[in-house]
Ligand binder design. Structure first.
Ligand code: NAD
Length: 272
């Protein structure tokens, strides 16, 4: 079900699917999306300081009346706040905006050249302090992770990267698997860019599901955590309704043939 979890390497449980809230700055729309999601059983929300909606996320979860310990809230430190002291300060601002006493997962949003290891050291400090239940990264290639392994104490539990059938991140996924780092998919739906592909349409027709549901089911069967975004109540519910069917091995393999390396976002090596 939507409440199924993966166990992170430090023992913390993360719901397999979360609600993405990127670009969601309209207060009413955000409140409605979170309300709908929580009613549909979502317990995991993915925000970031740069999304400029942490306060709205905090208010919406508080108003839901759902116990804090049942929720899994992720936020991220933005590129312009990277560095050790800067990150500690940015975290306090995020916590204040969210109106929470702790966050479940705090991520380095992008591997900023020159500062990401210091940023990550601040995350270790926050983890030690108990203000975050787990720490991880986003948009890290293998070589960025190798650097952290050499220079840091605590292994990241998760790497949130662009991931969809056009960009299945096979080498990175294998690498993360070996190091017990969960992969989490951003832009899992490629923002709508995969819905017409015949392999996806074919599976959708077979199971009486939508193309979005086929892609999200592929994430789950690949052992990837996924955070589709929608503000439309019907779609929020639809995206969570993927636990009553299973793609065959052959269909999973057919989906693998869609790889073409196309990205919606930047290559992490080009971030400055
Ligand atoms: P997405 O692939 O989740 O696509 C979202 C869009 O797809 C929606 O705006 C809507 O137009 C459409 N959609 C959603 N459900 C649908 C459905 N059932 N049927 C038809 N259309 C549907 O893209 P995203 O928002 O970029 O990514 C998801 C989340 O990942 C973000 O909200 C954010 O939380 C996170 N993210 C993280 C990073 C990062 O650098 N770490 C970058 C981008 C996004």
């Amino acid at each position: 079900s939507i409440k199924d979890t993966y166990t992170l390497s430090n023992g913390v449980e993360i719901p397999v699917m979360g609600l993405g809230v990127y670009k969601n700055t309209d207060q009413e729309e955000l409140k409605g999306a979170i309300e709908t999601a929580l009613q549909a059983g979502y317990r995991h929300i993915d925000t970031a300081a740069v999304y400029n909606n942490e306060a709205g996320v905090g208010r919406a979860v508080k108003e839901s009346g759902i116990l804090r310990e049942e929720l899994f809230i992720t936020t991220k430190v933005w590129n312009t706040d990277q560095g050790y002291e800067e990150t500690l300060a940015a975290f306090e601002r995020s916590l204040e905006a969210l109106g929470l006493e702790y966050v479940d997962l705090y991520l380095v949003h992008w591997p900023m050249p020159g500062t990401y290891t210091d940023t990550y050291r601040a995350l270790e400090t926050l983890y030690d302090s108990g203000k975050v239940r787990a720490i991880g990264v986003s948009n890290f290639h293998e070589h960025h992770l190798e650097t952290l392994f050499k220079e840091c104490r605590i292994k990241p539990v998760l790497n949130q990267v662009e991931y969809h059938p056009h960009l299945p991140q096979k080498a990175l996924k294998e690498f993360c698997g070996r190091h017990d780092i969960l992969l989490e998919a951003w832009a899992p739906l490629k923002r709508g860019g995969l819905f017409d592909h015949p392999v996806i349409v074919g599976a959708a027709e077979k199971y009486g599901k939508s193309p979005a549901q086929i892609i999200l089911r592929w994430d789950i069967q690949n052992g990837v955590s996924t955070i589709p975004k929608s503000v439309t109540p019907e779609r929020i519910k639809e995206n969570a309704d993927i636990f009553d069917f299973e793609l065959t091995n052959e269909e999973m393999q057919q989906m693998d043939t869609l790889e073409n390396g196309e990205r919606m976002g930047k290559n992490p090596d080009e971030v400055t």
